[in-house]
Design a protein around this ligand. Structure first.
Ligand SMILES: [Zn+2]
Length: 255
């Protein structure tokens, strides 16, 4: 059995690494990072991925850094949406294993490909339905049992996986601040603290450190939008978001 975790050094895949090792039997664990030099945050993301590999990753695990397929990396994408990303990653992972471990691959009893899928962050190519279809399609295509699934089985929210991590690894809490990265437009190789990716990360890490958010206009717009569409949000995510904003306001009031 080969076990693959799609890794990006974001909060989800960072915690996913620990959660996977502690809740599943995952021999031959390989972390796969897909590098796309066409997206503005790739160089900074890669820096964090390597920092994780060199400073925190267990030596029994393996990490592969793979370039995006040439054509795919030219597809225009918005900040938050890169079409069919997880399908391409899963497909490239199978090809990579096929090339690298041809003999062992043919004798293996299947491949598990883990995404960091959350309850409150389901999108087209990161959802239980996607996993079911991708598993079928890849198993048929490679004549091998390929299972695509979420480390968290889509049962936990971003806030809850951080809670899990704090409970099980209290001494490593600060690493979530120093060793995770998600930002759409980094400044000087670090977070901009003004984009939606930074905002979501800040919300999830609020019990470790109250990280700043610089774009007050965006913050106000998002609160209005959230309150208007309260029913469409996961309740835990909704609560955590408002709590973070409240704490920020309190802190500014004190300044
Ligand atoms: Zn940012």
């Amino acid at each position: 059995m080969r076990n693959i975790l799609l890794f990006s050094a974001g909060v989800d895949s960072f915690i996913g690494y620990y959660y996977l090792r502690e809740n599943y039997d995952v021999p031959n664990l390989t972390l796969m990072y897909f590098y796309n030099d066409k997206i503005p945050y790739a160089a900074t993301e890669l820096k964090y991925v390597l920092k994780f590999r060199d400073e925190l990753m267990d030596k029994s695990a393996d990490m592969r850094i793979i370039s995006y397929p040439q054509y795919y990396s030219n597809i225009p994408c918005t900040d938050s949406f890169i079409p069919a990303r997880n399908l391409i990653f899963a497909l490239c992972t199978c090809f990579k294993l096929y090339n690298d471990y041809a003999t062992a691959y043919l004798q293996s009893d299947g491949i598990n490909i883990y995404l960091g899928g959350l309850r409150d962050d389901r999108i087209g190519d990161n959802s239980p339905e996607f996993c079911k279809h991708a598993s079928k399609l890849l198993s048929a295509s490679f004549d091998e049992q390929v299972t695509v699934k979420s480390v968290f089985d889509y049962k936990l929210s971003k806030y809850e996986i951080v809670e899990w991590f704090l409970k099980n690894h209290p001494l490593l809490a600060q690493h979530l601040v120093t060793h995770t990265f998600s930002c759409y437009s980094p400044i000087n190789n670090d977070h901009c603290y003004a984009c939606r990716a930074c905002f979501r990360r800040n919300v999830s890490l609020q019990n470790i450190e109250l990280l700043p958010f610089h774009d007050k206009q965006k913050l106000n717009d998002w609160i209005i939008e959230m309150k208007e569409h309260k029913d469409t949000y996961d309740p835990v995510r909704y609560e955590a978001t408002l709590n973070y904003i409240e704490k920020l306001k309190q802190q500014e009031g004190e300044l």
